[in-house]
Design a protein around this ligand. Structure first.
Ligand code: PAF
Length: 279
């Protein structure tokens, strides 16, 4: 990987990368297309990272299909695919990990306590391997993108600290469901139930457009929509300040507010979000 990047750089290319866990979908394809417009060398990493899964989570059953992924990459315009093994990424057995305080400890971090340490650690290692100028991520994992931005700006490693992190809009299915590799777990009934997530987000954002600025009222509106679906259990449905994910009672005009939802549908956990500017 180092040699490929060094050769490309020597010929004047810049490098864009898309870190993924594979089972690629249209959301990943849109990131590949965006990276290709800006960079001559595009690298897609495919690595199901064990350290970001909790002991009772879906690491073993997480969908994997390299042939499918190579097709998606080719159809999106092509890229170098970097698919390392666990031993290559963690030759030391992951004895050193990166912890980003505060932002890693709330919301997803409260529900999945070691998750963001695994994400920050592997993304730092992937950046060291791929040495990109720019890395592209989807907004669906909004909190993850904030953790990665903090990790990059705090890094003492040049190949990591100099990476520009670019976040692009969530890609959705025709019914609003955010594209995710984990959607493959959903039954037809789950998929129908899952549409409540997008309805809750759009319903709340419409209320905000009409001037609703109370956190309690915005969150209650999202809850009402989600609670009307019996197969769905809400983990959280919150309205928070978008750059820090900190809670506050009233939002002011012009403020960017993140609406964040996490639910369980059977054994599947889904997250989604929308960022809304208070009118
Ligand atoms: O979003 C993902 O697919 C993963 O969390 C990432 C960023 C590739 C790290 O393993």
């Amino acid at each position: 990987m180092h040699q490929i990047v060094a050769d490309a750089r020597a010929s004047g290319a810049t490098v864009g990368c898309i870190p993924t866990m594979g089972y690629l979908h249209d959301g990943h394809a849109s990131l590949i297309r965006a990276a290709s417009k800006k960079h001559r060398l595009v690298v897609v990493s495919i690595f199901v990272n064990p350290t970001q899964f909790g002991p009772s989570e879906d690491f073993e059953r997480y969908p994997r299909n390299l042939d499918h992924d190579l097709k998606v990459v080719a159809e999106a315009g092509g890229a170098v695919v970097f698919a390392p093994t666990v031993e290559e990424m963690y030759p030391d057995g992951a004895r050193s990990t990166i912890h980003i305080p505060q932002i890693s400890e709330i919301l997803e971090g409260a529900s999945r306590p070691t998750h963001f340490d695994g994400v920050a650690t592997v993304v730092s290692r992937l950046f060291e391997a791929m040495h990109p100028d720019e890395a592209f991520f989807g907004q669906k994992d909004l909190q993850q993108t904030l953790v990665i931005e903090h990790m990059v700006s705090a890094s003492e490693i040049d190949d990591v600290r100099n990476v520009t992190v670019t976040v692009l809009p969530t890609q959705r299915e025709h019914n609003g469901l955010a594209r995710s590799s984990r959607n493959v777990y959903l039954t037809a009934e789950d998929r129908e139930d899952a549409t409540a997530i997008y309805r809750a987000l759009t319903g709340a954002s419409e209320k905000m457009a009409d001037g609703e600025n109370s956190r309690a009222n915005i969150e209650a509106a999202m809850r009402r929509t989600l609670d009307s679906v019996s197969g769905l259990t809400v983990d959280y449905a919150v309205a928070v300040e978008a750059s820090t994910l900190q809670t506050k009672d009233l939002f002011i005009s012009g403020e960017q507010v993140a609406l964040l939802i996490a639910v369980r549908l059977g054994r599947t956990r889904l997250i989604d979000n929308m960022v809304v500017k208070m009118p």
